[in-house]
Design a protein around this ligand. Structure first.
Ligand SMILES: [Zn+2]
Length: 586
């Protein structure tokens, strides 16, 4: 070997050794998640927080903060990924970045998003998708239901293929956090609201794993129900955002379909878009003009497939957020501005079952066979009989009940639990500085239904029927006036109008008014009943008519006294909805 050849060979060896060393150092430096180490597992809570802590330590563009309390006494963590190292929401907004909020582990038994997000944040900080962070700041809750994540088991997700063990759906109070965004019974929810209202994200993703029918898709999704959104948000969602995500996921071999809620029994009869009312995460988000997605991986696919599909969904969302950042920011700003002048509010929606769209769907044939247990016919999906065809997609909703917003509401301070939640949601309110009699419109609750057994810790009401009365009412210094000229008008009206599906009334905040406090002794009341009857014009005739029409009433003296009492001197507080509406400017 001559000298030249020898030198060349030495150089070659050095280069090879250096390359191996670099690869090895990268491998050592790059943190692997518990899922990557063993694809059958999901991270524990401690591993997860430890993982983000070390990313925070190592990379300047990652910051993990403690953002409020949870019911289990551990702080709720928020991870912020900002290429510019700007971690204050006001500053981020000023810099013209889209804020993408990702929530994981609301149901910790559905942990795909928890594992996917850990890999995603690591990959982003290691520069794998560096360009995607030019116009987006991500805020991410590693595990929202910490309580449930610490309550690990291997049996509660009975229909799900892995991981080996996982957290539980209920939190430490055994509440479903994905029903708690309005009533906020948990500290977790209160911390979430604080984060959400501080950051005001344009886009929100809540990661889940579904139950239900069988079909080939690994990923399904619930997008904000578009009828609820103002223009141009709705148009952007259906015309650009959803088609983009569909296309992008297809390219990644994770073809998606909308979340499968069947119209009848099986998907071939059509599927229905999920109507997420304000109690759900995306329903809540939409009240503030934030477009939301619930990613729902399919429980019969492996945990590994589901994690990667969720990873793909998050990357796809980030991609479009980065590409369309100007439009996305502009749309939300416009919708927030329009909300301030909004007068008509829909409180409840009905599925428009006569108006379906067509979508292409891949399914497995639903067949029936006798059950081993009951001997009765049971449904099953035959993977050997796949089908592809157009099916009906019912994704239109029409208003069931609407209301005209008042100029302002008055919330008496006595209902401080309500006041506290309004403040938490950053609703602006002014306290009266003196006692005042104000002309208002008052609702009297005529009838309502109450569900039993309790749901999420509440005997929730529904189907509220009201009587409107204009009256002068006395309010006290410190009672709150809430003007409906705010960008969160949708929220204000949804919670304060008692007939709203998820109103504070329906969630039992005002149950005190549903019980009468004073009564009468019939034998004493007899002596004044007659003069009371004559004191109110027309009441005597009403009584007479009721006696004629109703035999039971005719033969029951106390019922007749009660009729006079109820219609003359009964306490006004009974059944009077405490929140008043100011409808006249004068
Ligand atoms: Zn879920």
């Amino acid at each position: 070997m001559n000298n030249y050849k020898y030198k060349k060979s030495i150089m070659k060896t050095i280069i090879i050794v250096l390359s191996i060393l670099t690869l090895f150092t990268n491998y050592i430096n790059s943190q692997m998640t518990p899922f990557e180490k063993n694809k059958l597992t999901t991270t524990t809570y401690d591993e997860c927080i430890g993982f983000y802590k070390s990313l925070d330590k190592k990379y300047e563009q990652v910051k993990m903060i403690e953002a409020g309390e949870t019911d289990i006494g551990r702080p709720l963590h928020l991870v912020i990924i900002s290429k510019d190292k700007v971690f204050e929401p006001e500053e981020v907004r000023k810099n013209g970045k889209v804020i993408l909020f990702v929530n994981n582990g609301i149901h910790p038994g559905e942990p795909d998003g928890i594992d996917a997000s850990m890999m995603l944040v690591r990959d982003l900080t290691e520069g794998k998708y560096d360009n995607l962070l030019d116009n987006v700041v991500i805020i991410l809750i590693p595990i929202y239901n910490i309580d449930g994540a610490l309550n690990r088991n291997n049996f509660t997700r009975v229909n799900q293929v892995g991981p080996l063990d996982y957290g539980f759906r209920g939190n430490y109070q055994n509440r479903d956090l994905n029903r708690d965004f309005i009533k906020c019974d948990t500290k977790n929810a209160r911390s979430f609201i604080e984060i959400f209202r501080k950051w005001k994200p344009e886009l929100f993703v809540d990661t889940h794993t579904t139950d239900g029918a069988d079909y080939p898709y690994v990923m399904t999704y619930i997008a904000t129900q578009h009828n609820k959104l103002q223009q141009p948000l709705a148009e952007y969602l259906t015309g650009r955002l959803v088609p983009f995500l569909d296309e992008e996921m297809k390219k990644k071999n994770w073809e998606m379909c909308p979340y499968v809620t069947t119209f009848k029994l099986t998907p071939d009869s059509g599927i229905v878009e999920f109507p997420e009312t304000p109690r759900y995460s995306t329903g809540y988000a939409s009240l503030f003009n934030t477009i939301g997605f619930v990613s729902e991986t399919h429980m019969l696919k492996t945990h590994e497939q589901r994690v990667w599909a969720t990873y793909g969904f998050l990357i796809s969302t980030l991609t479009i957020a980065d590409t369309d950042y100007q439009t996305i920011i502009k749309n939300k700003k416009l919708a927030d501005e329009n909300s301030k002048n909004k007068n008509e509010f829909v409180l409840e929606w009905n599925l428009d079952s006569a108006n379906a769209n067509k979508i292409w769907f891949k399914g497995y044939e639903a067949k029936y066979k006798p059950s081993e247990i009951s001997g009765l016919n049971r449904v099953y999906y035959d993977k050997n009989s796949p089908w592809e065809k157009e099916i009906d997609f019912y994704n239109n909703y029409i208003p069931k009940q609407s209301v005209t917003g008042p100029i302002a509401y008055i919330v008496p301070q006595a209902w401080w639990k309500v006041v506290e939640l309004l403040k938490l949601n950053k609703v602006e309110m002014e306290a009266l500085n003196e006692n005042r009699v104000i002309d208002v419109e008052t609702y009297y609750i005529e009838t309502f239904d109450t569900r039993t057994p309790p749901y999420e810790g509440h005997y929730q009401h529904s189907n509220v029927k009201l009587k409107k009365v204009n009256e002068a009412r006395k309010f006290f210094r410190g009672d709150y006036i809430i003007y409906t000229n705010q960008d969160c008008n949708n929220f204000i009206v949804s919670v304060l109008e008692p007939q709203g599906v998820d109103s504070y009334f329906n969630w039992n905040f005002f149950d005190g008014i549903l019980q009468q406090k004073e009564y009468f002794d019939p034998y004493l009341f007899e002596d004044i009943a007659d003069s009371l009857l004559n004191s109110k014009p027309g009441l005597k005739d009403e009584l007479k008519k009721k006696k004629q029409d109703d035999e039971k009433f005719r033969n029951d003296g106390s019922m007749q006294l009660k009729f006079i009492y109820d219609n003359t001197i009964r306490e006004p507080e009974f059944m009077r909805y405490p929140v008043a509406r100011i409808v006249n400017t004068d």
